[in-house]
Every structure is written in structure tokens, then in C-alpha cells.
Design a protein around this ligand. Structure first.
Ligand code: PLP
Length: 440
């Protein structure tokens, strides 16, 4: 098929709700490690990694060789028969998860992982109410959309699931309380208690949060935030669920899971995305006494599929063997310095945030008013694309550039990305100056 045919058939045969990046959509052809090629043969440095999913490089042969071998051996037999691939994965997960978390329920997506976690917390506690955070993204089922704290991602939800309330999120750049860190005393964390006291029965089943809010635009909390919240959640008898769909598997540097950066040991961890380097998998992990709470029958036909299980274990092993958590820390810090330098040079950048190889820049029309620059964000993406760099987007206002390259990129890749970003911002600057003088 030609590029035009693919785009035409995409419009004709797929749901229009599947939104595409770029005015002229990029039709992918093949990819290898940090690079991706479109059907016209243009090569891109991929700094979004299939939405925070390519952990160890596209089509990493150390992962794909294991997938290929497994496909030829046995591809599927369902969860009613044990298989070596899934138990080996679950054993590996038990070794790397914090605290006493040692049992897993494997599914196919982050949405399912979060559904499973909420159901489990409710059954285990015998309670119903759940506290989530504003600006969170939890997935696309009715329950996961109801946990989500973005109107943009909830529009197709006629009636939200009951028993979910949303506390303020730790968005320091746009503090929901109008305060400034550290003088604020992390007042947003204390809001979790006020929410429990005023909008629930005071007896919660769970609190769920992303250690760094992903779709929200890599909103990174102050270091004390989760410790304070954890204590509140425990005081009110809830289970603490860390949604590590974006922050897991070394993405934030040094540690396996983002929540470990905040020195909190959760009761339940959910994940997906980067866990299997692009093979569909979701997982809910917890302590045995919580896992034992599920009553009746449970099945996920494809959950724990041998092919996805070997892909996940191989991905985790590459991260371990190549010390990619350290690389994410070192190259991530180097990258962060480059982004901060761009901020010093270009007024469009209002904030730089994130951790490890999960870094974002928030665009504003004016640094004082912080008016979101959504159109400029799209323009920046187009300019980067022209120069062979792929970046992602996020944030409630669509004005945050999200970057999450593979964990095995080098400083030379960072130099290439920063150069393209700088050129793109420089190209945009005269047009921005004209448009702001017109609005004055
Ligand atoms: C933090 C978080 N949780 C859950 C999900 C849902 O995952 P999936 O799209 O695999 O269902 C996402 C997806 O972006 C996510 O970022």
C-alpha cells in the first residue's frame, strides 16, 4: 500500500477517535533501537518510544530473538495451563519489586492492570471508595476513565463510575493552591486528608496515583509529597496503589519503580507499557495476603501469554544486564541540563521537569501569565519532525512536550535531540514574536 492509501484506509476503517499526531500523519515502516523510519524512508531519532514504551530500543534483537523462539514453540494455551514463561517472569518480578510484593496477575494493558488493582483493593478492604488525583490518566475502561482526572479523556463517559473522588495534584508549576514550594509546606498532600474527610465516608479502599503523572505532562511531585500522602492513606485504612505504567522499569533512573524515588513502599503496583518493550502486557503486583482476596473465578485469556511473558522477562534482563537504570540516571541528568539550557535561551519554555529519561518541557505564551501555548506545542512537534526527531505531547492544556527515549540512548543522541529542539525553537521564534506583538 502507498502512504496515501494507508492514511485513507485508516480514516475509512478505524474509529475516528483514534487521533493522530501531525497535520500530515507519519506512517511508520520499520524501526531499530533508537531510530524509526517512515514509509518514505525518512529516518527519525525516536524520543517518545511509542508513548513511553520502548525501553531497550526498537526491535532489540535480545528481546525479539526470544519472542521468535517462543512463537515457534508454543504461542498460546491460556491461563488454565501453567507455562514456564509466565512463572519465570513472575519470579523475576518478585525479585525486583519493593517490600513484600511477590505475586502478580498478568493481563494485556495498563487499563486492565488498574481495573484489577481497584477491584482487589475493594475486595481486600471490604470498602468501596477510592481517592485518585486530578490530572491523572488511568486508562480507557469505564472505571479507568473515572479515575482519570482530565476532562479531555473523559468526554465519552456518560456516567462516571461511583465511589471515586479526586484530590489536588502536586503540580508545582501551576500550584492548585496558588502557593510556592517549599514555603507551601506541601499543602496539596494535606488536601488528600481533607478530601477523605469531606467527600468520602472516611473509610477508603484505596488511593491510586502515578509517581510522576505521565499523560498529565510528567508532573513531578515535591520529594515529601508521597510520604505525607502514604501516611494519610494508611491512617484511613486504604491500600496505596502506585500506577507505574509510565514510571516503571528504570525509566526514572537508578530505581526499578518511580515510587521508590519517593521512599514509599506501595501495597499494589500496576504497570504495562515499557515492561515488554512494545509487546502488549499489563501487570498488577502485590503481597500474597492481598492477592489471596480475590474470590470466585478469575481469567484473562491472553494474560500471562508465553510470548508476551518472554518479551517482558527479556526486556527486564536487558535493563539489568546493561545497567540501564544507571544509564537512565546519567544520560537523563545530562539531558536535563540540555533542556534547562534551552529554557534559558527560549522564552516559550516555562517549565522543565521529570526524572531520568522521562523529561518534559511545558510551553507558555508568557512566563508571567503562564498562558498555555498549545498551538506552539504542535508547531514545535512539526518542526522537530521535519528535522528527524520524534517527541510526544501531553498535559491538560496540550502544551507539554513529553520525551521518553529508550533507556539505552547515549549522550550523543541527547546532543542530536537538543540541537534539533534548539533549531526548531529558533525557527519558531520570529513567528512567535510577531504573533505576540499583534496581541499586545
Ligand atoms: C499512567 C497510566 N496508567 C494507565 C494507562 C493505560 O494503559 P493502556 O493504554 O495500556 O491501557 C496509561 C496509558 O497511557 C498510563 O499512562
Amino acid at each position: 500500500m502507498t502512504r496515501e492509501e494507508i492514511i485513507k484506509k485508516h480514516k475509512q476503517y478505524l474509529f475516528p477517535s483514534i487521533s493522530l499526531y501531525y497535520t500530515d500523519p507519519l506512517v511508520t515502516d520499520h524501526a531499530s533501537m533508537q531510530y524509526l523510519w517512515d514509509v518514505d524512508g525518512k529516518k527519525y531519532l525516536d524520543f517518545f518510544g511509542g508513548i513511553v514504551t520502548i525501553s531497550v530500543g526498537h526491535c532489540n534483537p535480545r528481546v525479539t530473538s526470544k519472542i521468535k523462539a517462543q512463537i515457534d514453540k508454543i504461542q498460546h494455551a491460556s491461563t488454565v495451563f501453567p507455562n514456564e514463561a509466565v512463572v519465570a517472569l513472575a519470579e523475576k518480578l518478585a525479585q525486583i519489586t519493593p517490600g513484600e510484593i511477590s505475586q502478580s496477575f498478568v493481563t494485556n494493558s495498563g487499563t486492565e492492570a488498574n481495573e484489577t488493582a481497584i477491584q482487589l483493593a475493594r475486595i481486600h478492604t471490604g470498602r468501596y471508595e477510592v481517592v485518585a488525583l486530578r490530572h491523572a490518566y488511568s486508562g480507557r475502561s469505564a472505571l479507568a476513565q473515572s479515575l482519570t482526572g482530565h476532562s479531555t479523556w473523559r468526554r465519552s463517559l456518560p456516567v462516571p463510575a461511583q465511589g471515586i473522588v479526586h484530590a489536588l495534584n502536586p503540580y508545582c508549576y501551576r500550584c492548585p493552591l496558588g502557593k510556592t514550594y517549599p514555603d507551601c509546606g506541601v499543602a496539596c498532600a494535606k488536601d488528600v486528608e481533607a478530601v477523605i474527610q469531606t467527600t468520602t465516608s472516611g473509610q477508603i479502599a484505596a488511593f491510586i496515583a502515578e509517581p510522576i503523572q505521565g499523560v498529565g505532562g510528567f508532573i513531578t511531585p515535591p520529594k515529601e509529597y508521597f510520604k505525607i500522602v502514604f501516611k494519610i492513606v494508611k491512617d484511613y485504612g486504604g491500600e496505596f496503589i502506585a500506577d507505574e505504567v509510565q514510571t516503571g522499569w528504570g525509566r526514572t533512573g537508578k530505581r526499578w519503580f518511580g515510587i521508590e524515588q519517593w521512599e514509599v513502599t506501595p501495597d499494589i503496583i500496576t504497570s504495562a507499557k515499557g515492561m515488554a518493550n512494545g509487546t502488549p502486557v499489563g501487570v498488577t503486583m502485590t503481597r500474597p495476603e492481598i492477592a489471596a482476596s480475590f474470590k470466585g473465578l478469575q481469567i484473562s485469556t491472553f494474560g500471562g501469554n508465553p510470548v508476551t511473558s518472554v518479551a517482558a522477562k527479556a526486556t527486564i534482563e536487558v535493563i539489568e544486564q546493561d545497567r540501564l537504570r544507571d544509564n537512565a540516571y546519567d544520560v537523563g541528568n545530562y539531558y536535563r541540563q540540555g533542556l534547562e539550557a534551552l529554557k534559558d535561551k527560549h522564552d516559550l519554555i516555562g517549565d522543565v521537569r521529570g526524572m531520568g529519561l522521562m523529561q518534559a518541557i511545558e510551553f507558555v505564551k508568557d512566563r508571567t501569565s503562564k498562558e498555555p501555548a498549545a498551538q506552539e506545542t504542535n508547531q514545535f512537534m512539526e518542526e522537530c519532525r521535519k528535522r528527524g526527531l520524534l517527541v510526544g505531547k501531553g498535559g491538560l492544556y496540550g502544551n507539554v512536550i513529553r520525551t521518553s527515549p529508550p533507556l539505552n540512548i547515549s549522550k550523543a543522541d541527547v546532543d542530536d535531540a537538543i540541537r534539533v529542539m534548539d533549531e526548531s525553537l529558533t525557527t519558531m521564534a520570529p513567528a512567535l514574536a510577531v504573533s505576540s506583538s499583534r496581541t499586545r
